[in-house]
Design a protein around this ligand. Structure first.
Ligand code: ADP
Ligand code: MG
Length: 348
């Protein structure tokens, strides 16, 4: 039977000898799924990828690839036998080898005709058939990345780990390249786990998104869940824009706030009468002159297509909203606001 679970990380901890770097990580990826990992610098993202690839020795936990145990207390399969591809920002193409030779490097030792066939197919796939005899200094940054990708794909890894592979490319080229390569991943049913510091990038390609904060996987789920149902304030603050107003819990899913009555999912460990914090994304509230809820414009950040307004309520609480650009919006003005969502997220 074909394996469905490509990667399973269970209770993984890592320590470089100066305190823990990864704490009790659980991740599961099905064949063909695309996951992204985001998190502050130094939170352990690269360490997690390196542990999966076999370049670090974890303290605890297990790692399965294609339902096969590759790491536990007793077993440590070396990197070259794990059949995991890796793509880094620092792509390290061999400067003395041509494009064709660089790609072939990953499959050396195989029959010459077979290698030639694999290389030609990959050149075609990444759109570099006409560049096969060039050296890396004769290629643009984007083309070099495509070569590195082809080289990583040559051994046909089931799982490809990508560590901020495109952060040195400019925005336009990056989004173009990203679209192309995820198309390739989908066609070839390659499972991917990519670290990126670009949230837009992460949201646009991920089936599964994880937030790593100080070595802990604070949340792992769909991009929708991470943005709309963050499990903690730290996740909410890391993902997208957030502001908060205080609320009183009047029954298990009803909140009284200065913005009126709002509804929420039951909040862990909260009792009726508790004061909670309500997460307001900039699109949670909208302007409506007829609304009885009034707020004053403190700041207006013009962003081209829209404006980010900082609004202040009578009680001094402030929050952000996105607004279409209107000529009549200016700092100091009082506007009516209304909730645009049925439910909000509240934290204890
Ligand atoms: P990220 O990729 O999220 O920026 P890293 O995984 O590179 O984070 O690093 C996580 C933590 O582990 C950091 O505090 C970093 O300094 C430390 N670290 C990373 N690699 C090593 C190493 N080889 N030896 C000791 N400490 C390391
Ligand atoms: Mg890193």
């Amino acid at each position: 039977m074909e394996c469905q679970t490509m990667l399973k990380v269970d209770g993984l901890s890592l320590d470089y000898g100066e305190g823990s770097v990864l704490k009790n990580i659980h991740i599961e990826l099905e064949k063909g799924q695309h996951a992204c990992l985001i998190g502050p610098s130094g939170s352990g993202k690269s360490s997690l990828l390196r542990s999966i690839a076999g370049f670090e020795t974890p303290l605890n936990g297990t790692i399965y690839l294609r339902d096969q145990l590759v790491y536990s207390r007793e077993i440590n399969v070396p990197p070259e036998e794990r059949k995991v591809g890796m793509l880094f920002q620092d792509l390290a193409l061999f400067p003395h080898l041509t494009v064709k030779e660089n790609i072939a490097f990953g499959v050396l030792g195989r029959d010459k005709n077979a290698v030639s066939k694999i290389v030609d197919e990959l050149l075609d796939l990444v759109g570099l058939s006409d560049f096969s005899a060039r050296y890396s200094h004769q290629l643009s940054g984007g083309q070099q990345q495509r070569v590195a990708l082809a080289r990583a794909l040559a051994p046909e890894p089931g799982l490809l780990l990508l560590d901020e592979p495109f952060s040195s490319l400019d925005n336009e080229l990056r989004s173009e390249l990203l679209k192309d390569i995820y198309q390739i991943f989908s066609e070839k049913e390659i499972t991917t786990l990519m670290v990126t510091h670009d949230q837009v990038e992460a949201f646009s390609v991920a089936d599964r998104l994880g937030v790593l904060i100080a070595g802990e996987l604070a949340q792992w789920g769909s991009p929708f869940a991470l943005y709309n149902e963050p499990v903690s304030k730290s996740v909410a603050d890391f993902v997208g824009f957030s502001s908060y107003i205080s609320a009183t819990l009047v029954d298990s899913n009803t909140l009284h706030t200065a913005l009126g009555t709002l509804h929420c999912a039951p909040v862990n460990n909260a009792k009726i009468g508790d004061t909670l914090k309500v997460l307001l994304r900039p699109e949670t509230m909208g302007l409506n002159d007829k609304s009885p809820i009034k707020a004053k414009i403190l700041k207006r950040l013009y962003r081209g297509a829209d404006s980010l307004l900082t609004l202040s309520l009578n009680n001094g609480e402030t929050f952000y909203i996105n607004s279409v650009n209107r000529d009549d919006l200016s700092v100091g003005q009082v506007v009516g606001v209304e909730p645009l969502v049925k439910a909000v997220v509240a934290f204890n």
